[in-house]
Design a protein around this ligand. Sequence first.
Ligand code: HEC
Length: 95
Amino acid sequence: MCVECHSGRDQQGNILDSQRYMGAAIPFTAPWSIDWATRAPRNKGLPGYTDADAQRLLTEGSISRRGVQLRAPMPRFRMTPQDAADVTAFLRSLR
Ligand code: HEC
C-alpha cells in the first residue's frame, strides 16, 4: 500500500507510472485535529535510510531516520522483521 500515498496522480486520480513512489501531496486532511503531514516524500529506494533505519521504521511504528515519530497519515507500521526486510528490498529494487 506504500504506493497509494507516495505516488503522483493525474487529474482523474490515477497513479502515474513515472511518479510511482516519487512522493506526492496528500490531497485530503484529517476530520479531527491532529498533527497531519501534507506531503508524502519520495520513498523509492528509501533514500537516506540505512537497512537498520528501514527496519526500525517498519517494525517500531514508523520512527523516521532522524528518530522522530512520523506524522499521520503515514501508518504506524509494526511489521515482522521479515516483512520489513522484504518491503525494504522491494523499494530498493525499483528503477
Ligand atoms: C496513508 C498514506 C501513507 C501510506 C500508505 C504510506 N505512507 Fe509513508 N508517509 C506518508 C506521509 C504523509 C509521510 C510524511 C510524514 C511526515 O512528514 O511526518 C510519510 C513518510 C514516509 C517516510 C519518511 C521519509 C523521510 O523523509 O524520512 C518513509 C521512508 C515512508 N513514508 C515509507 C513508507 C513505506 C515503506 C510505506 C509502505 C510500507 C509507506 N510509507 C506507506 C504517508 C503514507
